[in-house]
Design a protein around this ligand. Sequence first.
Ligand code: DC
Length: 224
Amino acid sequence: MRKPVVTIDGPAGSGKSTTAKMVARKLGYTYLDTGAMYRAMTVKALKTGVDLDDPDALARQARETDMAIRPDPDGTRVILDGIDVTDEIRTPAVTQASSIIAAAEGVRKRMVELQRQVGAGGGIVAEGRDMGSVVFKDAEIKIYLDASLGCRALRRKKELEAAGTAVDLEKMEKDIESRDVYDSSREHSPLIIPEGSIIVDTTEMTIEEQVERVIQEVRKKTGE
Ligand code: DC
């Protein structure tokens, strides 16, 4: 039997990456971080200096870019024009600009093609903003993770501090909030709660509980 497609959508800091990664590992499915792809396009845009206010130029750049995705249990590796940029995509400058790149329709078109290729055989946990609403509309299991703004900012702060970057909590809240507004109000594939999705508020949940909750939903569907 074909293994299902599991989509996990939600705002920044809702626990998508950690949850999706652990669920994929436990089930033996492929983990796909689609935000990493938009971040990689952002790395290129910042390097080439393309006008971020010109969606057509961004789309052209996306079409001319050779992007390869290497699903990996520890995180999606992205190879851009032959160079592995996986480590470059997490800087604050890339994070901030990524919302603008992700709003360009032509960029999304190209990323969605690649995402569907990776997910074509099923057995995938795909996380992002439009996984259940657009890219894998027919996914067997759709999860929408959410958490309070304060909780999401605190999680991001801890993650960055663990990586050695000092963070001001108030600034982090503002940054996350402005990215949320941008991602949810854009014209093309905005962040929405996809139809048929199960909403999980992770504010008071541990990672283990989040993972268990999603796995329960998958098992309900697969009957395993
Ligand atoms: O999840 P993230 O922070 O790595 O995402 C980076 C940016 O890409 C963020 O602004 C949202 C956007 N994104 C998107 O528009 N669609 C996706 N499927 C995944 C991410």
